[in-house]
Write a protein that binds this ligand. Sequence first.
Ligand code: NAP
Length: 272
Amino acid sequence: MDSLRFGILSTARVGRRRVVPAMQQAPNILVRAVASRDARRAQAFAHALSIPKAYGCYEDLLADPEVDAVYIPLPNSLHCQWTVKAAQAGKHVLCEKPLAASAREADEMIAACEANHVLLMEAFMYRFHPQNEHVLGLIQDGAIGPVRMVRAVFTFTIGSSNIRLDAALAGGSLMDVGCYCVSVARTIVGAEPRAVSAFANRAVGSRNRSSRCSRTAAGILASAGPRFTDRYNLRRGSFRRRWLRSRRSRFAARAMRWRVRLRYGTDLFSTE
Ligand SMILES: NC(=O)c1ccc[n+]([C@@H]2O[C@H](COP(=O)([O-])OP(=O)(O)OC[C@H]3O[C@@H](n4cnc5c(N)ncnc54)[C@H](OP(=O)(O)O)[C@@H]3O)[C@@H](O)[C@H]2O)c1
């Protein structure tokens, strides 16, 4: 079997520490090139990971005929732009999660890849973890009976200088870790949500440094039943009552903001 020759767009930490070393262990992948906005950074990355070619801009890597596919671990706001450019250059794309900053961007990326007959894949590696596959198998086999509720939380501490804290780069905890919670809930429930509620820590993008969050966190409650009948064990007071009230007040869905006492979140809005 021919090897797939990869180029890496950027010297991102996840590429350096996780993905490129893993690719280099795969029998059917060759990591041929890396590109950075800074040529010296690209060279240092290439040297550290024994990659034959280093480019001082992303466009040059896309023009390399010895690259079949690109791995894109850029800030979220750049995923769409560089996926489209890679597709137009005839490269298959493995793009980091979250795939896009909006549904419109995701549609644009899919359309570009389809038009150029290249594959597009989101690097949501958890879906392929044997543990996850085992859990899904158990659920499908009815090991726990009908699923009535999924509660997922993903949280970790983070420094103050990070692309995840920059709203202009499509950062934020929902984009960074909440996407896992949303993904796993949809996978387990096997259906699309009928109503969505969210809470957010406004510190992301805040001008007030002292209020910057030191933790990125996101969670999801998904009810698989026909209605909310479960009692939630979060410290959020009358969440259920407010959620039900929100269903009656559809006209004001976007404007709604409630103070809730979630552990890290401060504001809740709801929409259907
Ligand atoms: N699947 C996973 O488990 C996983 C884990 C971690 C992260 N990720 C995803 O991977 C992506 C990168 O995360 P990371 O933590 O590795 O990021 P990072 O270390 O901050 O790297 C981002 C890279 O993007 C390039 N870049 C281009 N324009 C930039 C700009 N305006 N500001 C900052 N950087 C810019 C930079 O490379 P050059 O300067 O070399 O061009 C930078 O090194 C994100 O989408 C994240 O969600 C996924």
